[in-house]
Design a protein. Structure first.
Length: 212
């Protein structure tokens, strides 16, 4: 296997998910910082990697992959990570749990979306924090309820990290960043504690990947 390169931004939820998956797979990679705040994602160099102008982009196995969930699926399938149950019904439920964050909460709380909403509101007081809290808190409350249908021992869907955990931890980082009320979420907080103790998650945390 040649050099693995991750085009990354330290605070990107999507990149954070992929960093966890790479760590779980034991894959060493070279991070290339794409500064979203400076607009590097819209540069010609990055648009040549990903016409969407998004991160992450992963170069691996002679492939150039985009979209975090697709990248994670590739790593899961090619490296046997076992991120989703094999049984179809359980797999569907675990996928839905992960997507409740990655597909429903994350896109609307993408910083570029919140910044545009702030612009449209003429910089209303409390924006973009109010926007983030409006969507993140109800989404996490629903996730908390959905977790009741799984055997948390100690991760979202079982005894080893799964796709839902990879989606949850970046969202909790953002929730705290935007001062979202996380009270009355005991299942989520228990999963968070288990993930925080796992080396693959700790090494992927934004604080461990911030530029120096």
């Amino acid at each position: 296997m040649g050099e693995v390169v991750l085009f990354d931004f330290w605070r990107s939820s999507a990149s954070y998910r992929v960093r966890i998956a790479l760590n779980l797979a034991g894959i060493a990679y070279r991070p290339v910082f794409v500064d979203l705040k400076a607009g590097d994602q819209k540069s010609q160099d990055h648009l040549a990697r990903n016409p969407q102008g998004l991160v992450p982009v992963l170069d691996i196995d002679g492939l150039r992959l985009t979209q975090s969930l697709a990248i994670i699926d590739y790593l899961d399938q090619s490296r046997g990570l076992g991120l989703l149950p094999a049984e179809p019904a359980l797999r569907a439920k675990a996928t839905a749990l992960a997507h409740s964050i990655a597909v429903d909460i994350h896109p609307v709380c993408n910083l570029s979306v919140a910044q545009y909403a702030t612009k449209l509101s003429n910089g209303a007081e409390g924006m973009p924090g109010d926007w983030m809290r409006h969507f993140i808190r109800p989404g996490l409350l629903a996730f908390e309820t959905l977790l009741a249908g799984f055997d948390q021992t100690p991760y979202c869907t079982g005894s080893s990290p799964g796709l839902a955990d990879l989606c949850l931890m970046p969202q909790l980082y953002n929730a705290r960043r935007w001062q979202v009320d996380l009270s009355y979420l005991p299942r989520i907080l228990a999963v968070e504690a288990a993930c925080a103790d796992h080396p693959a998650f700790a090494a992927a945390h934004p604080n461990a990947n911030a530029p120096t």
